[in-house]
Design a protein around this ligand. Structure first.
Ligand code: LER
Ligand code: MN
Length: 272
């Protein structure tokens, strides 16, 4: 069963970011529940910003699950990355992610590493950045195993990272860890920039894909851009994907319309 999810950002600095809800957790739970979503994906400002029991109470009240928890605020607010040339920054990035993984596990959800992967540059060579990243993902992957959760690694488009942009190279990289907890988050917006044929790339990387950001070519709700979604859903059904399609999209033309369009597109595509 493919499941639906929708994002809420609780980060002031991400006001312009690709998240559907921006008006607090309760507002997001209420609206997502009213529209019939299965789950919420949370983008919190820090690992200590929310109390697990409070979020579980909302899950119970609104009959929603937590699909995933993003770690990107560590980059957005504190410029933390796992591949920084500064050891102190790398260490703080690790602590930020470890603490968010623990928080997410309390909600029975995986954490996402997206922008926290960083990039290589004139100070840190590609090989050095990959060595830092590999050390980090080995350790974080062990923690994911101890927490009985996936850890989602997200290839990003070329304007956001120069480490991993495509599904195939990310799958090959994750295989080197020999840890089934490390999974790919396939964001269909990034894929629409980087892949030749999204459906074909998903088919090849399928055993590694643990989560999907359900976004159109222009980062709007599916159906508001030009990504052909039906071939993608057909492949997901054929390979037996049973994770989330989580709307990490811009709240355009407004939050409610983006949320309504998402659930409509989800239901249409998945029930075909
Ligand atoms: C995070 O899920 C993402 O897709 C990135 O583009 C955020 O910078
Ligand atoms: Mn994403």
């Amino acid at each position: 069963m493919i499941k639906s999810a929708v994002t809420v950002s609780l980060v002031a600095e991400a006001r312009q970011g690709p998240f559907v809800f921006h008006e607090g957790l309760e507002d997001a739970f209420q609206r997502a529940s009213a529209l019939g979503f299965d789950a919420i994906e949370i983008f919190p400002p820090s690992p200590s910003a929310l109390i697990v029991d409070d979020v579980l109470a909302l899950c119970d009240q609104y009959k929603l699950k937590v699909a995933a928890v993003g770690t990107g605020a560590g980059f957005l607010r504190e410029k933390l990355t796992l591949t920084s040339g500064d050891e102190d920054v790398r260490q703080r990035a690790m602590t930020f992610i470890e603490d968010l993984m623990t928080f997410a596990a309390g909600l029975n959800a995986p954490a996402i590493i997206g922008s926290m992967q960083g990039r290589f540059d004139q100070d840190v060579s590609r090989n050095q950045a990959l060595a830092y990243l590999s050390t980090a993902l080995s350790e974080l992957g062990e923690q994911a195993d101890a927490l009985d959760q996936m850890l989602l690694y997200e290839p990003l488009n070329r304007y956001e990272t120069n480490l991993f942009n495509r599904l195939e190279e990310t799958a090959a990289y994750l295989e080197t860890f020999d840890n089934p907890r490390l999974k790919i988050l396939c964001d269909l917006f990034h894929a629409s920039i980087e892949e030749e044929d999204i459906a074909a790339s998903i088919r090849k990387a399928a055993p590694h894909i643990g989560h999907i950001h359900f976004a159109d070519s222009n980062r709007r709700a599916i159906g508001f851009g030009h990504t052909p979604i039906h071939p993608i859903i057909d492949v997901l059904k054929q390979v037996g994907y049973h994770g989330y399609l989580s709307a990490e999209v811009l709240p355009l033309p407004d939050t409610q319309t983006a949320a309504e369009q998402t659930i409509k597109a989800f239901q249409l595509a998945v029930s075909r």
